[in-house]
Design a protein around this ligand. Structure first.
Ligand code: FAD
Length: 294
């Protein structure tokens, strides 16, 4: 029975928030509004993604360093292996270290859309594991890596994928952040398999509050995450009703988070898509509140 008591805030829940680097000035303003709204919730860190093929190298850097300069938040920079030599990736990482950024989310990355299958750069880091090793050689970064409750789509088997995660952890990653998922039981089964495989670092659930069902379905299919039938039923008939969709989205994600917390999870990572309101509301429900000024 997975009955969870209503309004039972979690006393020791750590949260982190993920943003993407803005393209335009308007998007920059929206991001900053989002950062400012979420900052009082005292996240343990906030992370900034790295566009496909390294396309946002400078924008990611600028966003990360601005957060470090202008807020009290601890930013983490995503970094990928795609389309760059090891020397180029090392140079980007070195700039982060020099700017005081100590936390990297180390990823293989995906090729830019339309460029077919992933192929390592001939002089690049081939996989996230190689990047983790390279970063650790460079400096003592805190490193987070990606984990896949439903197995990475290109993995030869779930066992091989879990072994890859174990090797990333053994190489120095101290946290894994999960790919999007919607079925909480599925996450717990994955966590149990990871524990049985000897992975002892936290596996932090990645939470995506879904407001646009069609878009989320497309995104999930591309990254190998399944959408349960009950979710499509919940959003059925709401295509032209964004207000109700948002309320449903907050409810679904808050329920998902409460079930995770009830199962012993004490750290959550939110894919904010640079919008604060849903994440803020969900955090509030979970008992994550702005520090009160005295
Ligand atoms: P890896 O850990 O290298 O694994 C990739 C695949 O290769 C897996 O199937 C693995 O099993 C397999 N594999 C590993 N080693 C070998 C080997 N030696 N031989 C054969 N197969 C092997 N993408 C971005 O572009 N920018 C981002 O900012 C970004 N942020 C993300 C944040 C999170 C939390 C997550 C979960 C994903 C993010 N991604 C991002 C997406 C990610 O880049 C893709 O999912 C990518 O396809 C895999 O990256 P990885 O780091 O998991 O790769």
């Amino acid at each position: 029975d997975t009955q969870i008591p209503v309004a039972q805030p979690a006393p020791h829940l750590a949260v982190s928030f993920e943003f993407f680097p803005p393209k335009t000035e308007k998007m920059q303003d929206a991001l900053w509004e989002c950062v400012t709204r979420l900052a009082p919730l005292s996240p343990s860190f906030v992370s900034v993604t790295y566009g496909a093929g390294g396309s946002t190298r400078e924008r990611t850097h600028d966003t990360v360093t601005r957060i470090a300069r202008e807020t009290g938040l601890k930013p983490a920079a995503h970094l990928t292996c795609v389309g760059a030599t090891r020397a180029e990736v090392d140079e980007v990482a070195g700039r982060y270290w020099d700017a005081g950024i100590r936390h990297i989310v180390a990823l293989r990355g995906d090729p830019p859309e339309g460029q077919g299958e992933y192929r390592p750069h001939p002089d690049g880091y081939a996989y996230a594991l190689d990047l983790v090793k390279g970063l650790k050689r460079l400096a003592d970064f805190e490193i987070s890596v990606a984990a896949y409750p439903e197995t990475h789509p290109q993995a030869t088997s779930p066992e091989a994928d879990l072994d890859n995660l174990k090797r990333k952890v053994d190489a120095g990653a101290s946290r894994a952040i999960s790919q999007v998922f919607f079925d909480v039981d599925l996450f717990f089964r994955f966590r149990d398999r990871a524990t049985a495989a000897g992975i002892a670092v936290p596996i932090v659930p990645g939470i995506l509050p879904v407001t646009n069902f069609a878009q989320a379905q497309k995104f999930s299919a591309a990254c190998g995450a399944s959408m349960p039938a009950w979710m499509s039923e919940l959003f059925d008939g709401l295509d032209d009703d964004p207000d109700t969709r948002r309320l449903v989205a907050a409810t679904v994600a808050a329920e998902q988070c409460r079930a995770l917390v009830a199962g012993g999870i004490d750290e959550l990572h939110f894919y904010t898509l640079n919008r604060a309101d849903l994440t803020y509301a969900i955090c509030h429900i979970l008992g994550v509140r702005a520090a009160k000024s005295v």
